[in-house]
Design a binder for this molecule. Structure first.
Ligand SMILES: Nc1ncnc2c1ncn2[C@@H]1O[C@H](COP(=O)(O)OP(=O)(O)OP(=O)(O)O)[C@@H](O)[C@H]1O
Length: 382
């Protein structure tokens, strides 16, 4: 459980601290006050990019006129899994850059530099942002990234498989384009890259298919809630094979084959037109029997929130505690859904950090959440 957050030269904050208890936290304040910046800081405690997908340089505080961001730090104290270990069970996590402009942020656990993947032993932030209001109708690649994040929160090996796949895909395309432009390309290297693509791609496809099954079951188990349910599917050649029960070896062979066949087309197009990176997460609004992509912002938001709540539910059953980060959650939700969301968050008994411009939007949470006013670079209780 998060006990405190400290921000140093992070985004709009010179120095700020927030102490929290076990329940939900509402961050309210005017536009540009720095509410999302707090959620972004919390989102950095998981491998990969944070909630804005920003670089380490962008996150360092800049005064007006300053060209580059400063060195910055975000620190968390957590209470560990043993509630009886009075105070001694505190864990300190930190991230940031020590030199202004550094491209890579470091992660520290108990003061020691650690692999970002180790963060998943302590905390599993899950977030929803206003961008998810168009999740199902926006770009396919963003949707796949969103889904991959849900997959690897429970299956850290998935991130490595996807990263390995993407690296090999870039190298393969470079070779193909070189070949098409008359430069010599090593055929053995091309073969080796496609073997690697087939292995990592098949592993990623299996992990996605398994996560989809678990998430769908979690969504189906939430039929008594006022949020619309989605029927999820993964679209794509390899994904269809996986949904028909093909095992990893079959998927590996099929991707390898597909890659060889796609060489000419990819070289001509200068793009990789075949493979699991082309997968898409599709959703059907069950009650309406219509594609989620056709839904209004509010409908898509409610579907995405239901998916996030299903994710949080499944992560709650084992491993490090999920922490829910909801940026502008009340926007686009009608009063009933808003109240239902707050009831769920309270019922789930987990830490949730929510932002909104008006404290009144969260009035059903009075007495159940800590309210924090964000103003002038400070985090003020109340
Ligand atoms: N690197 C930085 N250095 C200094 N200020 C920054 C930096 N990055 C962002 N900001 C400032 O942070 C503010 C935006 O903060 P944030 O997005 O958290 O606001 P918000 O309270 O969520 O607003 P809204 O209600 O509009 O979503 C802007 O004023 C922006 O100029």
């Amino acid at each position: 459980m998060i006990r405190s957050l400290t921000l140093t030269d992070f985004r709009s904050y010179a120095s700020a601290r927030l102490d929290v208890g076990p329940g939900p936290v509402v961050l309210h304040g005017p536009n540009g006050a720095g509410k999302t910046n707090v959620l972004e800081a919390l989102s950095l405690f998981t491998p990969g990019k944070g909630l804005r997908g920003a670089t380490a340089q962008e996150m360092g505080r800049r005064e007006p006129g300053e060209a580059g961001g400063r060195a910055w730090a975000v620190a968390l104290t957590l209470t560990g899994p043993d509630p009886h270990k009075d105070g001694g069970d505190e864990i300190r996590l930190g991230t940031g850059v020590q030199v202004a402009g550094a491209g890579r942020r470091l992660v520290r656990i108990e003061g020691e530099t650690a692999q970002p993947g180790r963060l998943l032993d302590h905390l599993r932030p899950v977030w929803a942002t206003p961008e998810h209001d168009r999740l199902f109708s926006d770009a396919r690649a963003d949707r796949l990234k969103f889904f991959d994040r849900l997959v690897f929160a429970a299956d850290p090996g998935h991130a490595a498989a996807v990263a390995g796949y993407e690296k090999a895909l870039r190298e393969r395309l470079r070779l193909l384009v070189d070949g098409a432009e008359g430069r010599e390309a090593d055929p053995l290297w091309l073969d080796a890259l496609e073997v690697r693509l087939a292995e990592t791609g098949a592993r990623a496809t299996v992990a996605r298919a398994q996560a989809l099954t678990v998430l769908q079951a979690a969504i189906d188990g939430r039929s008594d809630r006022p949020f619309p349910q989605a029927d999820l599917a993964l679209a794509g050649e390899t994904e269809t094979l996986a949904s028909q029960g093909a095992d990893e070896a079959t998927l590996t062979a099929s991707i390898r084959d597909g890659m060889v066949r796609a060489r000419g087309r990819d070289a001509a197009a200068g793009r990789s037109l075949f493979g699991p990176h082309r997968a898409d997460l599709t959703a059907l609004h069950r009650a309406k029997n219509r594609p989620a992509a056709e839904g209004s912002s509010g409908e898509q938001k409610a579907l995405a929130l239901n998916l996030i709540l299903a994710q949080v539910g499944r992560l709650s059953t084992g491993g490090a505690a999920p922490v829910l980060l909801l940026d502008e959650a009340p926007a686009h939700l009608d009063a009933d859904r808003r109240a239902a969301l707050f009831d769920e968050i309270t019922a789930l008994g987990l830490q949730a950090f929510m932002t909104g411009t008006e404290a009144e939007l969260f009035s059903p949470l009075q007495g159940r959440a800590a309210f924090v006013r964000v103003e002038g670079g400070e985090l003020i209780p109340g």
